[in-house]
Design a protein around this ligand. Structure first.
Ligand SMILES: Cc1ncc(COP(=O)(O)O)c(C=O)c1O
Length: 398
C-alpha cells in the first residue's frame, strides 16, 4: 500500500481506542461453523429465545396499519415517556416526570448517550469486575478511564460502599452499577446499593445504574435505584425492554435522570438517530401499560433453566459455579480444566467451539481470566445437549 493510501485509510484515534464486542465475535464464529453445516449449540448470545408476547406484536402491527410511521419527537412521544415513567413508578415507587425521561434505540444506545453526556476526557469511571463488555469500550470512546473494582467470586462478586470508597480520587466522575449483572448474575442487595448511592451522593459522583435485567431477579426483591428519590440529582437509571419483554430486535431502551442530563442526551440524539422507531414506540407503550403476566412466566422458566444449568455445572469435575441470582447467565470458574494445551478462558472457549461445537463467551471479555459465560436463555433441549458436550470436554482434561 502506498503511503498516500495508508494515510487516507487512517481511522480516528477514538475508534482505535475500542474493540469490537467480544460477545458479537462469538456469535459470528458460531455462525461460520453453522454455515458449514456443523451442529453448533449456542450459549453465546444474550437474548431471550421466547417470542415477543402477542399483545405487544399486535400493537406494532396496528401502528403500521394506522400509518404511525413518521418521525416523532426525538425523545419519543409524550405517551411513551409517560408510560415509561408510569411503569417505573408502579414497580419501584420512583417519581420521574416526563422531562426526566428519554427513549432511545435500545439500552446500549441509552448507555452510550448517557456516557457521552457525562464523561469527559481524563475522567475516571469506577467499573466493577466482571463487567459487561460494552461498558469499558463506551467509556473509553468518550475519553474516560476505567478504574476497575475487583470483587471476590466466593463472596458472590459483592460490591460494597467501602470497596468503592477506596477507589475514589479527585478525577472520579461516575460509578457504574449493573444489578442483576451481566455476566455474573450477581444481584446487589438493596442495602449495599443504597450505601453506594449515599456515598456517591456525598462525594459528588454520578451513579449510572444499568437496570436492563431488573425484572429478571430470582430473589423476589426487584430493586431500582430510582426508588431512592432523595439521591435523584446525581443518578441515571438505564433501562431496556429487550430482555424484560423478549423485544431485543425492536430496539427500545431509556434513560431516567435529571432533566439537564436528559436534555443533553436529547441534543446528541437529535443529531444521530433522532427518535426510536415509531412502530416500536407503540409496541413499547403496550408492553409497559398492558398485562405484565408474560414477565413472570418467562422469569419462572429462566429459573427452572438456571437450576438445571447450575446443578449440572456443579457436578462437573473442578468446576466452581456460583448461583446466579438474576439475569440469564451462568459464570462458572473453569480454571481446573486449564491443562492439556489450555491456559486461559479464551483458549478454553476456542477449543470448546472447535472440538465440541459449543459457543460460550470467554471471561476475558468481562475482565476475568478463569470463567466462561453461558447464556441459559435457550431451550431445555439445547441446554441438555450443550452441557453434555461441555461435561465431556472437561472430563477429558480434569
Ligand atoms: C448489562 C446490559 N446492559 C444493556 C444491554 C443492552 O440491551 P439492548 O441494547 O438490547 O437494550 C445489555 C444487552 O445485552 C446488557 O447485558
Amino acid at each position: 500500500m502506498t503511503t498516500a493510501t495508508t494515510e487516507a485509510l487512517r481511522l480516528t484515534e477514538r475508534i482505535n481506542r475500542i474493540e469490537p464486542s467480544a460477545t458479537m465475535a462469538v456469535v459470528a464464529e458460531a455462525d461460520k461453523l453453522r454455515q458449514q453445516g456443523i451442529d453448533v449449540v449456542d450459549f453465546g448470545a444474550g437474548e431471550p429465545h421466547f417470542a415477543t408476547p402477542q399483545h405487544i406484536k399486535d400493537a406494532g402491527i396496528a401502528a403500521i396499519q394506522g400509518n404511525f410511521t413518521k418521525y416523532t419527537a426525538v425523545a419519543g412521544t409524550a405517551e411513551l415517556r409517560d408510560a415509561i415513567a408510569h411503569r417505573h413508578h408502579v414497580d419501584f415507587d420512583s417519581d420521574y416526570r416526563r422531562e426526566e425521561v428519554i427513549a432511545s434505540t435500545g439500552g446500549k444506545h441509552a448507555l452510550f448517550n448517557a456516557i457521552q453526556v457525562l464523561v469527559d476526557h481524563g475522567d475516571e469511571v469506577i467499573l466493577p469486575v466482571p463487567y459487561w463488555v460494552s461498558f469499558k469500550d463506551i467509556i473509553r470512546y468518550a475519553g474516560g478511564n476505567c478504574v476497575l473494582l475487583e470483587s471476590d467470586e466466593t463472596q458472590g462478586f459483592r460490591v460494597t460502599a467501602e470497596m468503592v470508597a477506596q477507589l475514589i480520587t479527585p478525577r472520579t466522575k461516575a460509578i457504574i452499577l449493573n444489578s442483576p449483572s451481566n455476566p455474573s448474575g450477581a444481584v446487589m442487595s438493596p442495602e449495599d446499593m443504597t450505601e453506594v448511592i449515599r456515598l456517591a451522593h456525598q462525594r459528588g459522583i454520578w451513579v449510572l445504574s444499568d437496570e436492563c435485567y431488573v425484572y429478571l431477579n430470582y430473589t423476589g426483591k426487584n430493586f431500582s435505584v430510582g426508588s431512592l428519590r432523595e439521591y435523584k440529582e446525581r443518578m441515571v437509571v438505564l433501562g431496556s425492554l429487550s430482555k424484560t419483554y423478549a423485544m431485543t430486535g425492536w430496539r427500545m431502551g431509556f434513560v431516567l435522570g435529571p432533566a439537564a442530563v436528559v436534555a443533553g442526551i436529547n441534543k446528541l440524539q437529535s443529531h444521530t438517530t433522532s427518535n426510536p422507531t415509531s412502530i416500536t414506540q407503540k409496541a413499547a407503550i403496550e408492553a409497559l401499560r398492558g398485562p405484565q403476566e408474560s414477565v413472570a412466566i418467562m422469569l419462572a422458566e429462566y429459573r427452572r433453566r438456571r437450576d438445571y444449568v447450575i446443578g449440572r455445572l456443579r457436578k462437573m469435575p473442578g468446576v466452581k459455579a456460583q448461583e446466579p441470582r438474576g439475569a440469564f447467565y451462568a459464570y462458572p470458574n473453569v480454571s481446573a480444566a486449564f491443562q492439556k494445551g489450555i491456559s486461559s478462558s479464551l483458549e478454553f472457549s476456542e477449543k470448546l467451539l472447535a472440538e465440541e461445537h459449543v459457543a460460550v463467551v470467554p471471561g476475558e471479555a468481562f475482565g476475568t481470566a478463569e470463567h466462561i459465560r453461558l447464556s441459559y436463555a435457550t431451550s431445555m433441549k439445547e441446554l441438555e445437549r450443550g452441557l453434555d458436550r461441555i461435561e465431556r470436554f472437561i472430563k477429558a482434561r480434569v
